[in-house]
Design a protein around this ligand. Sequence first.
Ligand SMILES: [Zn+2]
Length: 224
Amino acid sequence: MLLRTLLVVALLALAPVVPANAAEPVDPANAARGCTGYVALTYDDGPRGADYTRPLLAALRAAGARATFFDVGARAWEEPELVRATARERHWIANHSWSHPYLTKLSASEVAKEIASTQDVLRRITGHVPTLFRPPYGDTNATVEAQARALGLEHVLWTVDTLDWSGKSTEEIVRSATGAEAGDVVLMHDGYPATVAAVPLIVRGLKDKGLCPGRILNGRAIAP
Ligand SMILES: [Zn+2]
């Protein structure tokens, strides 16, 4: 019992403080910091193991940035602690299918299973039902979109592709990401040290343009 109480106290101590104004469309604190618009930083394919996901979380924390993580269901199942850690940092956990297949090659029922099983595991781990879905490789069609919608998910792609998975340098990733304009959704991936190193430079570069990290709604970045 004592152990359990200590655990609860420890968990409460770790819980992030949610500002009272977090739900407002325009966050006065952000406005005061000079946010004239928002850009959504997104990280696909996680969790990728402690060697990658934890440094990414640390970099985002140091930069004061919240991001959207499109997690793969099977990986979340393997490493629930990393998904929980991501959620604790107030990032948005989203659905990126169970096994990262080319969904247009699957039947409608197989697509539904990929998405539904991922919803289920992410809900079990975080206690929250994801609201966003991104098809792996951006490989999609009317069937995939319909299956996502049927499960109550917004189907999200991206507007800026950093190609970070293809061996891009930190400088190249930063250049792509900081080229974003208000409302843009930037595609990056969990699993690449160059992507982690880019985090503070991206946040600073966007800030210089009056842009702050935001969340995604209707395919656009809005205030968190
Ligand atoms: Zn992916």
